[in-house]
Design a protein around this ligand. Structure first.
Ligand code: GLU
Length: 307
């Protein structure tokens, strides 16, 4: 396939197929502000290495990025402190739900990976400690990479997350007791909830993830991560990026991916393109039903995969 492939026909075919899906799942309701999202919405975008974007459906509609942001905070911290981060957080699938507390005590407050909530809290604490404004730094990065200065935090979602954030607070305090969260827990939680509540479209997030397809190179040509670090982030996405269903996602889609409970999923074809798909209906593991199906169809129809 040529490098300047027009992805529109394949996206249109996928959108048509998604329209016939019998069950689209249900929006997350443990964060009340997300519960009213319409599972009928569907958007998908593919960005090539030069920043050309092809899209279908609701690809320009902003949605709650949620855990997708964990990829970007991980990259920002790796860029700042490199290998030292891995003393605080592992890189193995957890085999437990994303907000589980059980493993943390057995494993001395070291979360299994940066994409479960405990691991993401450690990463955000590092970003806050190293730079002083974790959520602000993340937002600036996403604005720069997407070329969209209008990206913003949805304060209603922040309030909803804070009001229902006891479990994340428990995780953060517990890790603080092991010295694995070093800044003040209330500050960490505020930045974590703001981080999760950033709204962006499929177009924005496909563009923002471009550095992972360009082996660490940002949209402006500067380097964020070494080639090796970009490979590491992609590898952790493949093994841990889609909750407790990463094996099934790798089997069906064959790409590094990261999902969020807002119904979005980003995926990377290293050296080729990045994708973002959004549909708010989730399966029981927390992944977008239409999103996983659409990515499965994309890699099947195009033959693009890491395998
Ligand atoms: N803000 C959500 C939480 O902390 C993020 C969960 C997710 O998207 O996986 O529970």
């Amino acid at each position: 396939m040529s490098q300047d492939q027009d992805f529109r026909p394949v996206l249109e075919q996928i959108a048509e197929e998604i329209g016939t899906l019998p069950d689209r799942g249900r929006p997350a309701d443990y964060i009340p502000a997300l519960a009213c999202a319409d599972p009928g919405r569907f958007g998908m975008a593919v960005a090539d290495l030069d920043g050309h974007v092809y899209g279908v459906g609701d690809w320009r509609t902003p949605f709650s990025a949620q855990s997708i942001t964990k990829v970007f905070t991980l990259a920002l911290v790796l860029a700042k402190e490199g290998e030292a981060l891995w003393d605080r957080v592992g890189r193995e699938p957890s085999g437990n739900p994303f907000n589980s507390l059980v493993q943390l005590e057995y494993e001395n407050g070291i979360p299994r990976n940066p994409f479960i909530n405990a691991g993401a809290l450690v990463v955000t604490d590092r970003l806050q400690t190293l730079g002083g404004d974790a959520a602000g730094e993340l937002l600036s990065f996403l604005r720069a990479e997407s070329g969209n200065p209008g990206l913003a935090v949805n304060t209603e979602v922040v309030a909803s997350e804070s009001a229902h954030g006891d479990r994340n607070a428990a995780l953060a305090h517990f890790m603080a007791s092991y010295g694995n969260v070093t800044g003040p827990v209330p500050v960490l939680l505020e930045h974590y909830f703001r981080q999760c509540s950033i709204e962006a479209s499929c177009e924005d997030l496909a563009l923002a993830a471009g550095f992972l397809a360009r082996h660490g190179i940002r949209a402006d040509g500067s380097r964020l991560l070494s080639r090796s670090q970009a490979k590491q982030v992609n590898a952790v996405m493949l093994t841990c990026g889609t909750y407790d269903a990463a094996g099934d996602f790798a089997y069906r889609v064959g790409l590094p991916g990261k999902s969020g409970v807002g119904g979005g999923i980003i995926a990377v074809v290293p050296g080729r393109c990045t994708l973002c798909v959004w549909s708010p209906g989730l399966d029981r593991r927390g992944n977008s039903v239409a999103g996983v199906t659409a990515l499965d169809r994309f890699t099947t129809l195009t033959g693009l995969s890491v395998f």
